[in-house]
Design a protein around this ligand. Structure first.
Ligand code: ADP
Ligand code: MG
Length: 254
């Protein structure tokens, strides 16, 4: 059994202005095994966030089913940690208090919160910044805080929606290396949304290439390039070329 099972999912959004519906996802089926690192890759508006939100439990499919660990998803849960493009930190809380935020909500005492937060702060390489405020950190560091906050719940699945989209190239590459290390150390399963071909190839064990409206899975690729991934290697470029072909608009049927 796969950890995440998405079967024949269609999601329509009402468009009252036009009196019609937008088909964001059309008969999408994806299975993700435990420990996989799946990248959902596709152009803007192809339904990546819609699909991720369904797994997160923020939204429900119009038809089809979404299951995690055999359970049908009806709401967000602690088994799924979400990292957004903007880390959505509380500016009035320090790094460690942000990381431990969910525990505060659960009424866990300060000593345990502090200890647990420290473990994940060290995992994302932020030791020494525990008492800083988000405004005192760079974008990449804040994104690490967001990742530590998601990891602290020890979720089975980490869902990430273009988390490095706002970072410069150099920082992004550092974050990629960091995330691969975290993925290995925490033995988690990751679903990562991106529109970047190189980003998907730097990270994924699998890349699901999506086609634009209505969102469908064009092809599921297994990426068995050696790590750390070398974006200048011939194999890397072969795979990139293949993805570029898949991303070309489909010919319009007569
Ligand atoms: P992506 O993340 O790949 O850029 P989205 O999943 O955000 O794409 O959106 C897919 C399509 O569904 C787009 O056409 C978008 O306008 C539409 N859509 C997404 N969310 C909503 C919503 N809440 N209401 C109406 N339309 C939506
Ligand atoms: Mg999106």
């Amino acid at each position: 059994m796969s950890l995440i099972e998405i079967d024949h999912v269609t999601r329509l959004f009402d468009d009252p202005k036009r009196g019609s519906a937008v088909k964001a996802l059309d008969d999408v089926s994806v299975h993700v095994a435990r420990n996989e690192f799946l990248c959902l890759l596709g152009p803007s508006g192809c339904g990546k966030s819609t699909l991720l939100n369904l797994i997160a439990g923020f939204d429900k499919p119009t038809s089809g089913s979404v299951r995690v660990g055999g359970q049908s998803i009806t709401a967000p849960g602690a088994d799924r940690g979400v990292v957004f493009q903007q880390p959505t930190l509380m500016p009035w809380l320090t790094v460690w208090e942000n990381v431990a935020f969910h525990l505060t909500m659960q009424g866990v005492g300060k000593e345990i919160r502090r200890k647990k937060a420290q473990h994940y702060i060290e995992m994302v390489n932020l030791k020494g910044f525990e008492n800083h405020y988000p405004s005192e950190l760079s974008g990449g560091m804040n994104q690490r805080v967001g990742i530590a906050r998601a990891l602290l719940m020890n979720p089975e699945v980490i869902l990430m929606d273009e988390p490095f989209g706002a970072l410069d190239e150099q920082t992004k590459m550092e974050m990629h290396a960091e995330l691969v290390r975290i993925w290995r150390d925490s033995q988690s399963t990751i679903v990562f949304v991106t529109h970047g071909i190189e980003e998907s190839l730097a990270l994924g064990t699998h890349v699901a290439v999506m086609s634009a409206r209505p969102g469908r899975i064009r092809e599921m690729l297994t990426i068995d390039l050696p790590r750390p991934r070398d974006s200048t290697s011939p194999q890397f470029n072969d795979t990139k070329r293949r993805i570029l072909q898949l991303l070309r608009p489909e010919p319009v049927e007569a």
